[in-house]
Design a protein around this ligand. Structure first.
Ligand code: ZN
Length: 372
């Protein structure tokens, strides 16, 4: 036997992609089908929902042999709420978790299912985020500030998009969803636009298509929630935005727009604004930072967005975000948090200082002719 050890090549596993829910069901009034699809996972379902979503779905669980347990209504994805829910899972031993609601409720339900190794069904009740699709949960602290995110094993097992349910949500939620979804292009093209990787190229190009669909159809969708355009914009914000994150993987995730959002959540005055509204403003801040590098295309993009935001009702400035009383010290704090070492802002292809972030934050609506 030879003394020479054969060096075995170690398998080199590329990052695992969680691209999409195993099944996506869409249609009008399809929530009535939910118990039938849940029963494939067993006899007992734990529903995690906000108060309104709980009421909206209760009627659909009337005629079923499935045992339905409702978790106490939660408003936020926090460590304290997660601990309560884990205890309920231990006591009740459900066969499947069902998340019904907006992004925070869905993130909570997905994370509980992930931690409990249970199947998960998601039912978005607004068009405000792609949380019903993605294998990611954001956790917030008790004050409502962004704390950390968790990458999940996989996307949900089944996702139910009931357009009738989403149509009852306030118009503002879909507008916010548009702001979050359109960020996919501005963030992924900066972080991954020069990638040679097939899957990443595909994701960035899908993000461009998503942006174009939103430019073309959002105004009509907002005006008429029963139009075809409305349905397509819901699909764009709730589904396609999620698919882009799935195909592109970690390399195609968030950059400065979300870094600004995450920092803004530390100001209690921003808690009345929605995720996508803060992200939309964050895109403008990101473009300003690119303008500071002499990027004229960024100026053009920002003005295109300003026009679009005004058309559909997204915030363009600190005042629009309700921060007209914000102090310089608070803005400095936001800029410092935005530039923390682990912030996604460092995925920009240039270094950024807190003073540049502050300068960008107060000049999101500056005219084209302004010197940068
Ligand atoms: Zn987002």
């Amino acid at each position: 036997m030879s003394d020479t050890l054969m060096v075995e090549a170690l398998p080199s596993l590329l990052p695992i992609l969680a691209i999409a829910p195993a099944q996506l069901l869409r249609g009008n009034g399809i929530l009535s089908q939910l118990p039938k699809y849940l029963s494939r996972y067993g006899n007992k379902a734990l529903v995690i929902a906000g108060e309104k979503a709980k009421q909206a779905t209760a009627s659909h669980f009337g005629n079923t042999t499935l045992e339905i347990i409702y978790a106490p209504a939660i408003a936020d994805c926090t460590d304290a709420n997660l601990a309560i829910l884990r205890q309920i899972v231990q006591q009740e031993k459900p066969d499947v978790i069902v998340g019904v609601g907006g992004g925070k409720v869905l993130d909570t339900a997905k994370l509980i299912a992930h931690q409990s190794q249970l199947p998960i069904a998601t039912v978005p009740t607004t068009g405000a985020t792609c949380a019903a699709w993605t294998a990611l949960s954001n956790v917030y602290d008790e004050q409502g500030a962004f704390a950390y995110d968790v990458t999940l094993d996989r996307c949900p097992d089944i996702m139910f998009v009931d357009y009738d349910a989403i149509a009852t949500a306030p118009k503002r939620t879909l507008v916010s969803g548009i702001g979050d979804a359109i960020a996919k292009w501005y963030e992924s093209s900066v972080s991954s636009g020069s990638s040679q990787k097939t899957m990443v190229i595909a994701a960035v190009q899908e993000a461009r298509i998503l942006r174009d669909i939103l430019f073309q159809k959002s105004a009509e969708a907002i005006t008429n929630p029963h139009s075809d355009a409305w349905r397509e914009v819901v699909d764009a914000s709730v589904c396609l935005a999620g698919a882009i994150g799935g195909i592109g993987g970690a390399s195609c995730r968030t950059v400065a727009a979300h870094a600004v959002h995450n920092a803004l959540t530390h100001l209690h005055q921003t808690h009345g604004t929605l995720h996508g509204e803060k992200v939309a403003y964050g895109i403008l801040v990101q473009l300003r930072l690119e303008e500071f590098q002499g990027n004229q295309l960024a100026t053009t993009s920002r003005h295109q967005l300003l026009k679009f935001y005004e058309e559909i009702g997204l915030p363009t400035s600190l005042t629009d975000l309700g921060l007209n009383q914000v102090t310089l010290a608070e803005l400095e704090q936001i800029a410092a948090i935005t530039c923390q070492p682990n912030s996604d802002i460092h995925r920009l292809p240039f270094t950024v200082s807190p003073s540049q972030v502050l300068a960008a934050m107060v000049s999101t609506t500056s005219p084209i002719t302004a010197t940068v």
